[in-house]
Design a protein around this ligand. Structure first.
Ligand code: CA
Length: 222
């Protein structure tokens, strides 16, 4: 259900708005492999939502017991971005167009909170979902110093859409994203659109969990 006080929805992007996670997972895994580091696609899904810098650094800490240097971060994250540019596509998530039109029609404010640093994101969003999003109501990698699971991205999201934490609902697909939203004090819907066990989303603290966008859409429109 949508909590009664809700005025705005804050959507995560990759794996929620766009069905882009399979491409990000492959790009990360292939980029690490080039540097002789094993990082499975499942692990990519587990750390999803983190910044590029933190992802590389965390893997170095886990596997090498030290921080990554700035050059190592730039090299691996740079390669990941180049691979994604080549193989990736921002395919709209199934049922997302219906869901967004429904929420917009009900008068809710719609914002985006993403760790993505992709260029010309608003154009890509507008191409897929004309008239739904605006640049003023978006938090991207350029707006934050700490990535998810820190609450900062979602706290900034609340400011951008101009509502209090108890007047917003977050839609997330990733454990770290759910943790970030909950740490910001926001009601959070977890939608499992990828390869993770749905239990991971429940354990991260989501208030409700669904197996697809369609499942949640049908529940709120019924
Ligand atoms: Ca995501």
């Amino acid at each position: 259900m949508i909590p009664e006080k809700t005025k705005a929805f804050l959507f995560d992007m990759d794996g929620v708005i766009f069905d882009s996670m399979p491409f990000h997972a492959k790009a990360w895994s292939d980029a690490f492999k080039e540097f002789g580091i094993a990082f499975s696609e499942y692990q990519v899904y587990l750390q999803e939502g983190s910044t590029g810098f933190k992802t590389v650094n965390d893997v170095f800490m886990q596997q090498k017991g030290r921080c990554a240097t700035e050059q190592e971060v730039d090299a691996i994250y740079g390669l990941k971005c180049r691979i994604f540019e080549k193989i990736g596509c921002n395919k709209p998530m199934a049922y997302m167009d219906k869901l967004l039109s429904y929420l917009k029609g009900k008068g809710y404010i719609i914002g985006i909170v993403t760790g993505s640093g992709q260029k010309s994101l608003i154009e890509k969003l507008d191409d897929a979902y004309p008239g739904i999003f605006s640049k003023e109501r978006m938090v991207t990698a350029y707006d934050v110093t700490k990535g998810k699971p820190d609450p900062e991205p979602y706290l900034k999201g609340l400011v951008k859409v101009g509502v209090n934490a108890d007047e917003a609902v977050v839609i997330e697909n990733a454990p770290l994203g759910i943790q970030a939203a909950k740490a910001a004090g926001i009601y959070t819907i977890g939608i499992n659109t990828g390869i993770l066990d749905i239990q991971c989303l429940k354990e991260s603290g989501a208030d409700e969990v669904f197996g697809s966008v369609k499942e949640w859409y049908e529940k709120i429109t019924k």
